[in-house]
Design a protein around this ligand. Structure first.
Ligand code: FAD
Length: 366
């Protein structure tokens, strides 16, 4: 069998590309080394609760075209992401808004909240922030930084905030309204039935091989397709010739509990440094589940090692320079294109991935 496209990765990027190519009469073979499709947006049905196996995924976008695009594959519910943060025995609404400030300082009006933040920032008189701690303090003052940013960020990056560069936090949105909707995007929701059926629909006209690693497969199937769309790690594609790019990863500890409602919210952040995890996700709340039991996942960020799932690219100067070298090699490849968050070494939200895959489609089928 010969194919027009060999698509490496049955994640969202690969699936959107395969769907669009199939629509145009192209034959696609899609490989994934995992035992399921959907990549990181995979949702696993456990006793009627859709578990977001690789971390909580909320679809949100400003772009009407992308919203309409994804809606052709699923109906979305009215879920609005409104996480809360636990700091020792205190609980705060996120993102930082009037509910947060009111709980922190017992204030009622935006003017009172602004005055406190401004006073704390002025007291510190940081002119040229030299690290993330100084940057955050100069934007929100002492209280918000100590209670809601410091511990969480240090767990996320595995480093003291004073050792992290200031540019990681460019701005910290402060909302002076009582609005707990985390995203500013107009369109938001969770697909009814989870994300996996969306990807299954996208791949319905492709041949899909799971548990199949590209590097093993191509040893015996050279020339099986005219062109390859590679959505895995670009440094791995080139056998780490220039060295390995760095990532952060997350270890998930998931358990089923014999209670109907563990924390009352889908996402609870733990912002104190002495709690080892960053978040607890209670999956049923994404779909307003009414089961008498529940499933939760604790998230422990850590440094990526070979064998771990690479979740977050670390886009510092060294890694970006290394990626630029790989990008040059990639541009010289005939009949191989790279895409997706690993192939681009970019943190992409789902809407951005769809957008990028559709752009590739336009170039390929112009
Ligand atoms: C913890 C976490 C939370 C997130 N939350 C959100 C959110 O709330 N909202 C949002 O919009 N976005 C979110 N995202 C981003 C979202 O997951 C990505 O935008 C999207 O999944 C990227 O799709 P992709 O196809 O590029 O990559 P992936 O989903 O990683 O797919 C790539 C696939 O390629 C396969 N592969 C790699 N190498 C090989 C090989 N050599 N051979 C065979 N197969 C291979 C992998 O197994 C994988 O399945 C989150 C990401 C993470 C990590």
């Amino acid at each position: 069998m010969h194919y027009d496209y060999l698509v490496v990765g049955a994640g969202l990027f690969g699936a959107v590309f395969a769907f669009e190519a199939s629509k145009r009469g192209k034959k696609c073979l899609v490989l994934d080394r995992r035992s399921h499709v959907a990549g990181n947006i995979y949702t696993n049905d456990v006793d009627g609760i859709r578990v977001h196996q690789y971390g909580a995924h909320i679809f949100h976008t400003k772009n009407r075209m992308l919203w309409d695009y994804i809606n052709q594959f699923a109906e979305f519910n009215q879920y609005i992401n409104s996480p809360v943060a636990v700091y020792h025995d205190e609980l705060y609404n996120l993102p930082f808004n009037m509910n947060t400030f009111s709980r922190m300082w017992n204030v009622k009006t935006p003017a009172e909240a602004r005055a406190i933040i401004q006073e704390q920032i002025s007291d510190l008189s940081i002119k040229d922030p030299e690290n993330l701690e100084e940057q955050a303090l100069s934007l929100v003052g002492h209280d918000i930084y100590e209670k809601l940013i410091k511990g969480y960020t240090e767990k996320q990056w595995g480093r003291d905030c004073r050792e992290l560069p200031a540019f990681i936090i460019k701005r910290i949105p402060l909302r002076f309204t009582y609005d707990n909707n985390y995203f500013n995007d107009r369109y938001q929701g969770i697909p009814v039935g989870g994300y996996t059926p969306i990807v299954e629909k996208m791949l319905k006209d492709s041949v899909v091989l799971l548990d199949t690693d590209y590097f093993d497969f191509t040893r015996n199937h050279e020339g099986i397709a005219d062109k390859t769309v590679f959505t895995g790690m670009m440094d791995e594609y080139f056998h780490f010739t220039f060295g390995a790019l760095q990532y952060r990863t997350v270890k998930f500890e998931t358990e089923k509990l014999d209670c109907d409602n563990f924390q009352g919210n889908a996402v609870v952040n733990y912002t104190a440094g002495d709690v080892p995890y960053t978040r607890i996700i209670e999956h049923k709340h994404f779909e307003f589940g009414t089961q008498p039991y529940t499933i939760i996942s604790r998230e422990y960020p850590k440094e990526w090692q070979p064998g771990d799932e690479p979740y977050y690219p670390i886009n510092n100067e060294t890694n970006n320079a290394l990626f630029a070298k790989y990008r040059k090699l990639a541009d010289q490849q005939k009949n191989v294109v790279f895409g997706g968050r690993l192939g681009s070494y970019q943190y992409y939200d789902m809407d951005q991935v769809i957008d990028a895959a559709l752009s590739l489609t336009q170039t390929e089928f112009a």
